[in-house]
Design a protein around this ligand. Structure first.
Ligand SMILES: Nc1nc2c(c(=O)[nH]1)N[C@H]1C(S)=C(S)[C@@H](COP(=O)(O)OP(=O)(O)OC[C@H]3O[C@@H](n4cnc5c(N)ncnc54)[C@H](O)[C@@H]3O)O[C@H]1N2
Ligand code: MOO
Ligand SMILES: [Mg+2]
Length: 423
C-alpha cells in the first residue's frame, strides 16, 4: 500500500469520553466464578452473595474477665450494704458452664466464654473482692450491677440469614475476617480476565538490553501489566507486533482465540508505521472508535471481535496510561462484576494555576494534598502525552474541560482518583 495515500486513519470522528465508555460497557462479558482458599482471596472480587449461615455471635459471650452474676443479687448493694456471692463455677473460654446458677451464686468467667443461661450480667474482677469463708469462695460487691452489663447477646452483629457481602465486592482484610468467621474457607471469586499485551514499534528495546541511540526501552508493556493486575486482570506479555499488517492481523487473531481481552500500545496514530490504526478497521474487527475528545490519549482506539474487546492505546506513555484508566480499567471491572468500575470522581481546589488551553477535555495527572481540612489538586509540571516521569507521582487525573482561558488556583475541579492514591 502507498504509505502516503489517505487512509481511514486520517478520517477519524472524535467522540466524547462518555460516549466511548458507553460503547464499551455493553460489550463487556462476565468472567466465570472459581473457588480459591481464603488465604488467596485478598484482592479478588467476590462472585456470589454471602449470607450469614448462623447468628454472630452464636452464644451469649462475656466481654470481660470477671464473674457471671444475677443482677438482681446486687439490687440495693452499696458500700454500706455490700453483698457476698458464692463462686460455684469457673468458665474458661471455649468451655461451657457446668453449674446452673441460682440466686446468690456466681461463676468465674473469662472474656469470650459462654455466659451461663441464668446469668444476666458480668462484673469485672477489678470491681470485686474475693473473700474465703468456711472453705467457700465468695466475691464481695459494693455496687449495683445493671442487667446486661458486659454481655454480648446472640446475633448482636448479625442474625442468621442476614446478607453480609454482595457479589462484586473487593476482598480485603475486613471481608477476610467475616468469611473466616463464617467458615467460608473456599471463597467464590471471579476468574481474573486473561489479558494479552502487545507492544508495537521497531524502536523498542527489551528492558534487559543496553541502551542504543534512537531507541528506548519498552516501558509501556510493564506499566500496562501492572495496571491490569491492579484492575484485577491477569496480564500476558506477548512478543511485540512488528510493522507488517498481515502478520499483525494473524497475531491479533491468535491472541483473540487464547485471551479474554487484548491491549496494544503504540502505532495507533497517523504515522507511516502506525499499524494498529489500519488493523482495527480491517478484517473481522469491528472498530468502536478511533478518536476520543480527550488529551492525552486522543488516538485511543477500541474494536471488538466475537464479543472480545481490543484496546489500541497510544504509544506515548502518558496517553497509554490515561487510555487504560478511562477505558480498559472499567472494562476489566465490568468483566469482574464490580458495581462501579470507573475511577471515583472527587472534587478538589486547584492548588496552582493550569494555563494550557485546549479544545478537548484534558486529564491532567496530579497530586492531591489535604491542607487545613481542604483537598487541593496540583497538576504535574510536566503532563504532556509523551512524558513518563510524572505518572508515578499522580494521585489522580484532574479533569480540565475545554477552555480558552486557563484555570486559576482556588477553582473547583473534578479529579478522578487513581487506585494507588492514599488519600
Ligand atoms: N501527524 C500527527 N502526528 C501525531 C498525531 C496526529 O494526530 N497527527 N497524534 C499524536 C498523538 S496525540 C499521539 S498520543 C501519538 C500517538 O502515537 P502512536 O500511538 O502512534 O504511538 P507510536 O507512534 O508507536 O509511538 C509514540 C511515542 O511513544 C513511544 N512508545 C511507543 N511504544 C512504547 C512503549 N511500549 N514503551 C515506551 N514508549 C513507547 C514511541 O517511541 C514514541 O516516542 O502520535 C502523535 N502524532
Ligand atoms: O493521543 Mo495524544 O495522547 O492526545 O497526545
Ligand atoms: Mg505513531
Amino acid at each position: 500500500m502507498d504509505k502516503h495515500s489517505p487512509k481511514d486513519k486520517f478520517r477519524r470522528k472524535a467522540i466524547s469520553v462518555a460516549e466511548a465508555q458507553a460503547k464499551i460497557l455493553p460489550l463487556v462479558g462476565r468472567t466465570e466464578a472459581e473457588y480459591v482458599p481464603l488465604y488467596e482471596a485478598q484482592g479478588r472480587i467476590l462472585a456470589e452473595q454471602i449470607t450469614a449461615p448462623h447468628p454472630y455471635p452464636h452464644f451469649r459471650r462475656s466481654g470481660m474477665d470477671g464473674f457471671a452474676i444475677l443482677s438482681s443479687d446486687t439490687a440495693d448493694c452499696s458500700a454500706d450494704h455490700p453483698v457476698l456471692l458464692e463462686v460455684v463455677d469457673e468458665i474458661a473460654c471455649g468451655a461451657l458452664p457446668r453449674v446452673p446458677l441460682a440466686p446468690g451464686k456466681v461463676a468465674r468467667i473469662m472474656t469470650g466464654a459462654k455466659v451461663p443461661d441464668e446469668a444476666d450480667a458480668v462484673v469485672m474482677f477489678e470491681m470485686t473482692e474475693t473473700v474465703t469463708q468456711h472453705g467457700k469462695v465468695f466475691i464481695r460487691l459494693i455496687r449495683e450491677i445493671e442487667k446486661g452489663k458486659n454481655i454480648t447477646n446472640v446475633g448482636l452483629e448479625l442474625a442468621a440469614g442476614d446478607p453480609i457481602l454482595a457479589p462484586g465486592r473487593n476482598i480485603g482484610p475486613g471481608e477476610i475476617s467475616v468469611l473466616a468467621t463464617f467458615g467460608v474457607h473456599r471463597v467464590p471469586v471471579m476468574k481474573r480476565p486473561r489479558i494479552a499485551i502487545f507492544s508495537t514499534g521497531s524502536e523498542l528495546l527489551s528492558i534487559e538490553e543496553p541502551l542504543q541511540d534512537g531507541r528506548i526501552r519498552n516501558s509501556n508493556t510493564y506499566m500496562l501489566a501492572s495496571q491490569i493486575k491492579e484492575a484485577g486482570g491477569e496480564p500476558y506479555i506477548l512478543e511485540a507486533i512488528k510493522d507488517d499488517l498481515v502478520t499483525a492481523q494473524r497475531r491479533v487473531q491468535e491472541a483473540f482465540d487464547e485471551y479474554d481481552m487484548l491491549v496494544t500500545t503504540g502505532g495507533v496514530s497517523v504515522g507511516d508505521f502506525d499499524i494498529m490504526a489500519d488493523l482495527v478497521s480491517d478484517g473481522d474487527l469491528e472498530m468502536l472508535f478511533n478518536k476520543v475528545m480527550m488529551r492525552p490519549g486522543s488516538v485511543t482506539t477500541a474494536a471488538v471481535m466475537d464479543g472480545k474487546l481490543l484496546f489500541a492505546l497510544s504509544g506515548n506513555p502518558g496517553a497509554c496510561f490515561v487510555g487504560f484508566e478511562l477505558f480498559v480499567r472499567p472494562a476489566i471491572g465490568g468483566m469482574l462484576g464490580v458495581p462501579q468500575p470507573f475511577l471515583t470522581e472527587i472534587t478538589a481546589e486547584l492548588g496552582r494555576p493550569y494555563r494550557k488551553i485546549n479544545s478537548f477535555t484534558r486529564y491532567v495527572r496530579g497530586r492531591l494534598e489535604v491542607r487545613e481540612g481542604k483537598l487541593f489538586a496540583y497538576p504535574a509540571e510536566l503532563d504532556e502525552s509523551n512524558v513518563m516521569i510524572t505518572i508515578k507521582d499522580s494521585d489522580g487525573l484532574i479533569v480540565i474541560p475545554p477552555s480558552t482561558e486557563g484555570r486559576e488556583p482556588g477553582e473547583l475541579v473534578t479529579v478522578l482518583r487513581l487506585p494507588g492514591c492514599l488519600l
